[in-house]
Design a protein around this ligand. Structure first.
Ligand code: UDP
Length: 385
């Protein structure tokens, strides 16, 4: 059996990697996490008073187009049907998101067919933009100024704390624009919610005789000496004690509202109006439509810059961040027996399904390199660092 490895972080990256190494090559791992719970920011917990399953660090909705990733998560938890149908409240009323035929017809007061709407939006779109260089250009190229200003400009300024022209176009490419009445927030063919939440799912992944989990345990470099390899899934700049500076992240925080009945009639309501201080409200009992709860919990979400003691959520990836990232990647590549995996360690805006897919692929790549005697990879291939 190979030497035991140390995996830093018990979120999806660390848990899936530990499980794959355990099953594929009988590798023993110690998985440590600084927090007092597993599952990282996917952590879910039933509220003691209401029994509602709360997504402690914000809403997580599982969706993927990879059949192997869907099969993988279904091995460890029953998944219940859940389709995210987001709404947006504006000063002109409530609209359907992502932008679809209903949004377009409601917004412009029309009754267009799919073909008519496509032509109509094409006329509004800025065709002079060939390669969108930022978020705003991406929006103007695909939906035109009116829809951009109504649904994206204010929300994005509040969410990211900067002008949309400073942000990468890729942030907007996450969202579809549809010329049909399909109002599913995601295009993915597989979508659902783990019946007992994400923490129960990740606990099952970690439940293997080769895996030992140690909570309340912060990584220290001296620990590496006792292991054949270290897989680090925490923030990349933190690994290097921020010695070159801090990568910028947005953090989010919530005001919790408990009431009886139904607060807003939907799981996620967005508020794109720049005059309001919050971005969205999520009502968690709607994430488990198969459960019945008389009371309800709504979380009003605000965003701010991440201070040294805040949890990093959204990597901003501004131009200065990308330069710093390249410098940290150089340091990381010089490490002899450390690999960096996942959203924080590769500083990318990743969803759960991408993290899981990459951990599965990375375990394969790392084991293949190990068995052929080649240098093991520092980053996943797709991270392009
Ligand atoms: N966005 C927006 N208006 C909306 C929803 C999203 O401007 O009503 C933009 C915003 O910049 C956001 C990005 O699209 O950060 C990605 O949205 P998504 O819903 O994927 O964000 P997440 O659920 O990951 O916070």
């Amino acid at each position: 059996m190979p030497d035991p490895v140390l995996i830093v972080g018990a979120g999806f990256s660390g848990a899936v990697l530990a499980r794959q190494l355990a099953e594929l090559a009988d590798v023993k791992s110690i998985v440590i996490d600084a927090r007092d719970h597993i599952a990282g920011n996917c952590h879910t917990e039933r509220d003691a008073e209401t029994g509602i399953m709360v997504h402690t660090f914000g809403p997580h909705i599982f969706h993927t187009d990879r059949a192997d990733v869907w099969a993988y998560v279904n091995r460890f938890s029953e998944f219940r049907p859940f389709v995210n149908r987001v709404k947006a409240t504006t000063d002109r009323g409530v609209f359907s998101l992502p932008v679809n035929l209903h949004t377009i017809n409601q917004f412009f007061g029309t009754s267009m067919s799919p073909a008519e709407a496509r032509e109509f939006i094409q006329e509004k779109a800025d065709t002079s933009i060939a390669e969108p260089a930022n978020f705003e250009e991406q929006a103007l190229k695909f939906i035109g100024r009116e829809l951009y200003e109504a649904f994206f400009y204010g929300y994005t300024k509040k969410q990211w704390g900067c002008d949309p022209t400073e942000l990468p176009a890729a942030i907007l490419s996450r969202l579809p624009v549809r010329f049909s009445y399909d109002d599913n927030y995601y295009n993915s063919p597989f979508q659902g919610m783990p019946a007992e939440g994400y923490t129960a799912l990740i606990a099952k992944i970690l439940d293997h005789p080769n895996i030992e989990v140690r909570l309340n345990t912060r990584y220290e470099h001296a620990m590496a000496e006792q292991f054949g390899h270290v897989f680090y899934t925490g923030p990349l700049d933190e690994y290097f004690a921020h010695r070159l500076g801090r990568l910028s992240y947005r953090t989010v925080f919530w005001e919790k509202k408990k009431s009886e009945g139904d607060f807003q009639g939907v799981a996620v309501m967005n508020y794109p109006d720049p005059k309001l201080p919050y971005t969205r409200i999520h009502e968690h009992k709607h994430f488990t439509p198969w459960e019945k709860h008389d009371s309800t919990l709504a979380f009003v979400e605000y965003s701010k810059e991440t201070g040294p003691d805040d949890i990093p959520y959204y990597p901003k990836r501004l131009a200065a961040d990308k330069e710093l990232l390249a410098s940290y990647a150089t340091l990381a590549n010089a490490e002899q027996k450390v690999s960096f995996l996942g959203r924080l360690a590769t500083y990318r805006y990743m969803d759960m399904h991408q993290v899981i897919g990459e951990a599965i692929d990375f375990a394969d790549a790392w084991l293949a390199a190990k068995s052929s005697g080649a240098k093991t990879p520092t980053f996943p291939a797709k991270a392009a660092l």
